[in-house]
Design a protein around this ligand. Structure first.
Ligand code: GLN
Length: 485
């Protein structure tokens, strides 16, 4: 099922697009025109893009892709890129006034790989400033609306990417996920979002938020598209020192409607506990019942330490952010003011006051606080220990099970304005996604059903490098919910 903006032609996935273009190259131009028609009609309200490339430019690039002699695995797909991923010659704002006019002189590794694989960058998508948020309302420019219900948020922080894909304003998108920013918007917009194992996808060219947690990953309308993009962007990169040296399979081989081997699954009690909507749990129960029909054993386990994952995550993320964002001082990066005669302290203060929004300021202040002398042991060090304990619990869990299944978000998407004013409410949307980042694990959110006409996402996660298993099971969930494309 697609939201009302989509047309049959525009919902096409990478596989069919590529096949159609191979048969008839002109089909690519028809497709591009159709997508731009949708954008013209709806983008004024949805506002998924901060920077949209003009159609002529995209058409010119499509001509070049067709001239190459090989279509590449992405076959002319239109890829929307979150605005914290560097694109050579295309403005990259990170959703912040601080970088409003920043045009990177180079491409992020993922962008380079997308282009080589025959993908075409269609534009840069809206996001919470510096990826800090869960609704895209913290963007310095404007909020993005959920294509399923324009009064509601698309989730965040990769809300622009998810909304663009859901509304068929792009074929697929790239997002980034530090504590849930790919999975939460995927869940809220009825799309599929995958956060890779930490280190599987290069972070070179990603504007850092919390470097030990950040990962780039794909968002698509179907599992097959996500598998295709992941196959392109994954793999070792010497320009990212945390990049894993592993063999990358063709992930499409895992897109199977049957289990590729016998799986054992686990539901973690803390992930369906207090704060999780009854109706959302019903959607999960339905999916779990059906998975059991595929001869997948499902058991329940409790991991009490997860109670501390939200505070641990926010302490670590803010601490890292306070250090990463120190470079925006108006001299090295950030808005340049004419500050002749001003003390450097005044210059810095002025630049940051003008360039950063409230949430970013709050996090820099709290992050500096938890790292300060005398407080470090009580906050940062404690959070680091909780992180280690969570990692160890998952390690043990996944010696027994192949994957875990949970609701991605505790509730359906909130209305605009409903949670953003209360930081604690806002942070609690991440309750089921942050443990996965703390442990560096891979996870996917796949549509599992609807509550009151709004999409509900199911999260599957597993041990490091289990992306293949997650893709296999996510494809089965698509079949369970009657998704056919
Ligand atoms: N909502 C979380 C935060 O604000 C996660 C954001 C993200 O994954 N980038 O930190």
């Amino acid at each position: 099922m697609s939201p009302p903006q989509c047309t049959d032609l525009a919902t096409i996935g990478i596989k069919s697009l590529r096949a159609r273009v191979e048969e008839d190259p002109d089909f690519l131009f028809k497709y591009i025109e159709e997508v731009y028609k949708i954008i013209e009609k709806y983008e004024g309200v949805i506002k998924a893009y901060i920077t949209l490339r003009p159609m002529e430019e995209v058409v010119r690039e499509a001509e070049e892709v067709l001239k190459r002699g090989t279509l590449g695995p992405l076959g002319g797909s239109l890829v929307a890129v979150k605005d914290n991923i560097s694109t050579k010659g295309i403005r990259t704002t990170c959703g912040s006034k601080m970088l409003e006019n920043y045009v990177p002189p180079y491409d992020a590794t993922v962008v380079e790989r997308i282009k080589t694989a025959g993908g075409i960058i269609i534009g840069k998508t809206n996001m919470d400033e510096f990826a800090m948020g869960s609704t895209t309302e913290n963007s310095s420019f404007f909020p993005t609306r959920n294509p399923w219900d324009l009064e509601r948020v698309p989730g965040g922080s990769s809300g622009g990417s998810a909304a663009a894909v859901a509304a068929c304003e792009a074929t697929v998108a790239l997002g980034s996920d530090t504590g849930g920013s790919i999975r939460l918007p995927a869940a809220y917009t009825g799309t599929v979002g995958l956060k890779p194992t930490y280190g599987l996808v290069s972070r070179y060219g990603l504007i850092a938020y919390a470097s030990s947690l950040d990962q780039i990953g794909p968002i698509g309308r179907c599992v097959d598209d996500v598998a295709r993009v992941l196959s392109v962007i994954a793999g070792h990169d010497s320009r990212d020192s945390t990049s894993l040296k592993v063999e990358v399979p063709d992930y499409t081989q895992f897109v199977s409607e049957e289990p590729l081997r016998k799986y054992r699954a686990v539901v973690i009690e803390e992930m369906i506990g207090e704060g999780v909507d009854r109706e959302v749990i019903k959607v999960l129960e339905h999916v779990v019942d059906k998975l059991e029909g595929y001869d997948i054993e499902v058991e329940f386990r409790s991991i009490p330490i997860l109670e501390y994952s939200l505070p641990a995550y926010y302490i670590i993320a803010m601490a890292e952010a306070s250090s990463n964002l120190a470079r925006y001082d108006g001299l090295r990066y950030g808005i340049h003011l004419s500050t002749e005669g001003l003390l450097w302290t005044k210059t810095y203060a002025q630049v940051r006051k003008m360039g950063f929004g409230d949430e970013v300021k709050r996090r820099i202040i709290l992050g500096t606080y938890v790292l300060s002398e005398g407080l470090y042991e009580g906050y940062y060090l404690k959070a680091a220990k909780v992180r280690r304990a969570i990692y160890d619990s998952f390690r043990k869990l996944f010696s027994e099970f192949d994957f875990a299944v949970s609701p991605t978000a505790p509730t359906p998407p909130p209305k605009l304005g409903e949670v953003v004013a209360d930081p604690l409410k806002l942070y609690s949307l991440d309750i089921n996604t942050v443990p996965v980042n703390l442990a560096g694990l891979p996870a996917i959110s796949v549509p599992g059903g609807f509550v009151g006409g709004l999409p509900v996402g199911i999260q599957l996660f597993g041990p490091p490098l289990s992306e293949g298993v997650l893709i296999n099971v996510a494809r089965m969930v698509e079949v369970i919910v009657g998704y056919e494309r």
